[in-house]
Design a protein. Structure first.
Length: 279
């Protein structure tokens, strides 16, 4: 009797779930390729998990959907309508539901919850250190600018709102500039009023952020100088040594807001939004 083996001992049933399948591990690895890492966190879409240093964090389903929408926006502002359409597809929901899920997401992120920014009347955004803002047109600092020239419209046009920041603390100046650029503003920063005046024939700012205590002319003095020449900018003051008299003087002279250091990002963004819409 002849027995035909025909390699039957080497063959396995590919449909047998209990036998190793070479593509199963490959699919598992591919699923993790979709994970998005930001800071110490990692969002894993296939398992709908939020990990902190590799440990799962408690997060609701809608809050996770909201997180994915913000992460996939790559640092841009996402409108409320866009979020509602993505998180609640084919459903009509009240805006209060969105605000509740934003709070839930911030709570899930713990001490990092402030990376979720509310942009007044525009939507929300998630600030990530690994996502760089788009390059903006460089600031032309080749010509001298006097007080009388500051209010004149310049030939150079900018697509985004143009913010001028005058702050003598380099770390604060860098932090605020990075924040403002991350939400799409064009920013020029200076250490002093004199440096700004000597910087060049710049476009008229949509918002001027001034530290009160500056080398040379103070922020309050510069505000007074502008008013004497009939120039009225939307000004936001920031100060680490403010008193009631300073804030009253600034607000009476037309300042939009007076913020104390350390400045909360959300407070500054809200103030800037009011300032640029007041122009």
């Amino acid at each position: 009797m002849q027995v035909q083996f025909a390699d039957t001992l080497e063959q396995t049933n590919p449909a047998d779930p209990y036998l190793p399948h070479p593509s199963r591990e490959a699919r598992r690895r591919e699923s993790y390729n979709d994970a998005i890492r930001f800071g110490r966190f990692c969002a894993v879409p296939h398992s709908r998990q939020l990990l902190l240093d590799g440990r799962p964090q408690e997060i609701g389903g809608r809050a996770f959907d909201l997180l994915m929408v913000l992460l996939r926006s790559n640092g841009r502002i996402v409108s409320k309508d866009e979020i509602l359409n993505e998180v609640w597809p084919s459903m009509v929901v009240e805006e209060c539901n969105l605000r509740f899920q934003v709070k839930s997401l911030r709570r899930a992120l713990g001490s990092q919850g402030n990376i979720i920014k509310t942009i007044v009347r525009r939507g929300y955004m998630l600030i990530r250190d690994d996502v760089l803002p788009e390059d903006r047109a460089p600031f032309d600092a080749t010509r001298s600018t006097t007080i009388s020239q500051i209010g004149k419209p310049a030939a150079m046009k900018v697509a985004a709102p143009y913010i001028v920041l005058i702050e003598d603390d380099e770390s604060v100046r860098r932090s605020i500039s990075t924040l403002l650029r991350s939400v799409g503003f064009c920013v020029a920063s200076f250490e002093s009023v004199k440096e700004y005046q000597e910087s060049g024939d710049a476009p008229q700012p949509d918002c001027l952020i001034l530290d009160v205590c500056l080398p040379g002319r103070s922020g309050l003095d510069f505000q007074a100088d502008l008013l004497k020449t009939g120039i009225r900018y939307s000004i936001i003051f920031i100060s680490g040594h403010a008193d009631i008299q300073m804030s009253v003087r600034a607000m009476k002279a037309g300042a939009v807001e007076f913020l104390t250091k350390p400045v909360r990002h959300q407070d500054l963004l809200s103030a800037v939004d009011i300032a640029i819409n007041a122009v």
